[in-house]
Design a protein around this ligand. Structure first.
Ligand SMILES: O=c1ccn([C@H]2C[C@H](O)[C@@H](COP(=O)(O)OP(=O)(O)OP(=O)(O)O)O2)c(=O)[nH]1
Ligand SMILES: [Mg+2]
Length: 152
């Protein structure tokens, strides 16, 4: 088993009773995030509509890490529901509630019930860059060629 990075997790009051996010299989990359909406007030995403969906979770990532909020493929393939800002970025110094911006690209209304797995969160190492302003960039074979410059 590979070494796991430790992430502090705080469950907020409105997530009480919901299972903690968990890896669904031994080598899953993402932890499924659940909708922490009231039991008696499911959200309805009309076609074309987007919405901030609460997870009831806050985390403290170790410095040098980020969490990415990504879509669940099943929701996208079956219902056209995805994460609008994918991948959403959770900064290591963010202590607020993790929210998921879901959009319904499908043709039918999509109802989000309490506990529904709406997205997944991938923990990843990330580097900050020290930017060095220069007048001329170092040369390469590619140079400024892009946008299909190597062929179709
Ligand atoms: O899908 C997301 C994306 C972001 N966040 C939280 C965590 C992140 O650390 C913070 C800021 O996100 P981001 O930098 O993407 O948004 P911004 O519009 O640049 O806000 P800010 O000015 O607060 O950085 O919002 C979420 O809860 N869900
Ligand atoms: Mg920002």
């Amino acid at each position: 088993m590979s070494t796991k990075v430790t992430v502090e997790l705080q469950r907020l009051a409105h997530a009480e009773g919901l299972p903690l996010p968990a890896y669904q299989t031994a080598e899953a990359a993402g932890l499924d995030l659940m909708a922490a909406v009231p039991e008696d007030e499911p959200l309805t995403l009309a076609p074309g509509q987007y919405m901030l969906v609460p997870t009831g979770l806050a985390i403290a990532l170790p410095p040098g890490h980020e969490a990415q909020v990504r879509p669940r493929s099943g929701l996208a393939a079956k219902h056209g529901v995805t994460v609008l800002n994918s991948p959403g970025t959770i900064d290591a110094d963010y202590r607020g509630e993790i929210k998921v911006i879901l959009i319904n690209h499908g043709q039918a209304a999509f109802v989000i019930k309490r506990g529904e797995r709406i997205a997944q969160m991938v923990i990843a190492p990330v580097e900050q860059a020290a930017l060095v302003p220069v007048v001329t960039l170092s040369a390469t074979d590619r140079g400024a060629g892009g946008f299909g410059s190597t062929g179709r």
